[in-house]
Design a protein around this ligand. Structure first.
Ligand code: S3P
Length: 450
């Protein structure tokens, strides 16, 4: 599925139960970090299970542009010959990060303390997203950014020639901002400290430790205090990328709402900074079990089994849970529409600055499908209709947002009339095999003639 070139209208309709095993691809967050830290290490990092979605491919291209040798050996099998901390070369051309907020923000962080200049851009979605949240802390290191009005891409960043270490308290719970600051701190002398009130995904901290950086995390009354010693020599690693819980969410939630379904999704990371959706689904009464719990690649992993759950109830999802399921609210809204009673999602203002305004996109699409939704600046409440009672019968806008596209297609699998999306192309950014994987489970998802 081409992400930005041509629109790919698709439709989903109710049909057979979903059954079988869904091997979802590698974790997107970990894949970006493996490429970037591999590029900053000395020696050859070998990666298996890399997500080959467009977002990650764009980060691979960026790492090549900064001088690393990035080679694909086979499906998911990659190697990165790093240039060492501080060794990035100046790219010859503009860096196009496509649709990826994680890609652009982490790469900008990684170059912000090296005295080179690079210009970044992306697709229409990425060019609308705020970059001030990273250029503000990167300026504290001595980096200079010039972008469009409102801190938007295209943007040119000149890294600090004499970087100073930074102590930074995150104003928003964002793993991208935290990671940008930590990656910038790698080439600053002394200790860089990041403080986060609420824990966000911790893959950067885990992976930095794996690459040999001196990094410590302390829980204090201020929150999580992360301290990184600057200018380490990162040692090349072998990285096995676990499967992505944010992608697993789609077949799992589809199984919960399609009558008769029973789906196994093996090898999913249960990292607590990512597991908020599964916790919420269990509270709603989902028949969701963890089988074969084990450790893999430093992460707790299990096989998830989801079965049709017609008696789910609406719940209140507390604001403190938002960072651990921030990408999962669109698909939760779809499950909520099929549950009894209201599901209230609180403290979710960050959804307004994702690939699109996800509160607005979900509210409009769900209403068009006959589901009542109330929205506030940082909240959303979905009035559940109960299992099998969503009317459907609309075409929903996906707004260059992969998770909006997949969410409405899953909605269509359990709705009374088909649900269409105007463009499923963006699905290729994070879950390129979504369509064949869902079809193999028995889902009636099809491309439509334009
Ligand atoms: C990500 C962090 C989150 C998430 C995104 C991936 C990461 O963004 O939405 O899909 O890999 O660090 P924020 O940091 O903006 O919350």
């Amino acid at each position: 599925m081409a992400a930005h070139d041509e629109q790919i209208p698709m439709e989903a309709r109710a049909g057979a139960p979903l059954r079988g095993t869904a091997q979802v691809p590698g974790d997107k967050s970990i894949s970006h970090r493996a490429l970037i830290l591999g590029a900053l290490a000395v020696g050859e990092t070998r990666i298996s299970g890399l997500l080959e979605g467009q977002d990650v491919l764009d980060t691979a291209a960026a790492m090549r542009a900064f001088g690393a040798e990035v080679v694909r050996h086979g499906p998911g099998e990659w190697s990165v010959h790093g240039v060492g901390v501080g060794g990035f070369a100046e790219p010859e051309d503009v860096i196009d990060c496509g649709n990826s907020g994680t890609g652009v923000r982490l790469v900008m962080g990684a170059m912000a303390t090296t005295p080179i200049t690079a210009t970044f851009t992306g697709d229409a979605s990425l060019r609308a997203r705020p970059m001030g949240r990273i250029t503000d802390p990167l300026a504290l290191f001595g980096a200079r950014a010039v972008g469009r009005e409102g801190g938007r891409l295209p943007m040119t960043l000149t890294g600090a020639a004499d970087p100073v270490p930074v102590r930074y308290e995150l104003p928003v719970p964002s793993a991208q901002v935290k990671s940008a600051v930590l990656l910038a701190g790698l080439n600053a002398p002394g200790e860089t400290v990041v403080i986060e009130r609420e824990a966000t995904r911790d893959h950067t901290e885990r992976m930095l430790a794996g690459f040999g950086a001196e990094i410590s995390v302390e829980e204090s009354s201020e929150g999580r205090v992360i301290t990184l010693a600057g200018q380490p020599e990162l040692r090349a690693q072998e990285i096995h990328v676990p499967r992505d819980p944010s992608s697993a969410a789609f077949p799992v939630c589809a199984a919960l709402i399609v009558p008769g379904s029973d789906v196994l999704v093996p090898g999913i990371s249960l990292n607590p900074t990512r597991a908020g959706l599964f916790e919420t689904l269990c509270e709603m009464g989902a028949d969701l079990t963890y089988e074969n719990e084990r450790e893999a690649g430093g992460e707790p992993v299990a096989d998830l089994r989801a079965r049709y759950s017609p008696a789910m109830k609406g719940v209140e999802v507390p604001p403190g849970r938002a960072p651990s399921m921030i990408d999962e609210y669109p698909i939760l809204a779809v499950v909520a529409a099929n549950a009894e009673g209201v599901t209230r999602m609180l403290g979710v203002g960050e959804l307004r600055v994702k690939e699109c305004d996800r509160i607005d996109a979900m509210a409009k699409g769900l209403r068009a499908c006959g589901v009542a939704v109330e929205e506030g600046p940082d909240s959303m409440a979905v009035q559940g209709l109960g299992a099998g009672n969503v009317p459907g019968g609309a075409t929903c806008e996906t707004r260059l947002d992969h998770r909006i596209a997949m969410s409405f297609l899953v909605l269509g699998l359990a709705a009374q009339r088909p649900v269409a999306v105007d463009d499923a192309g963006p699905v290729a950014t994070s879950f390129p095999v979504f369509e064949p994987l869902m079809k193999a489970l028995g889902a009636a998802i099809m491309r439509k003639n334009r």
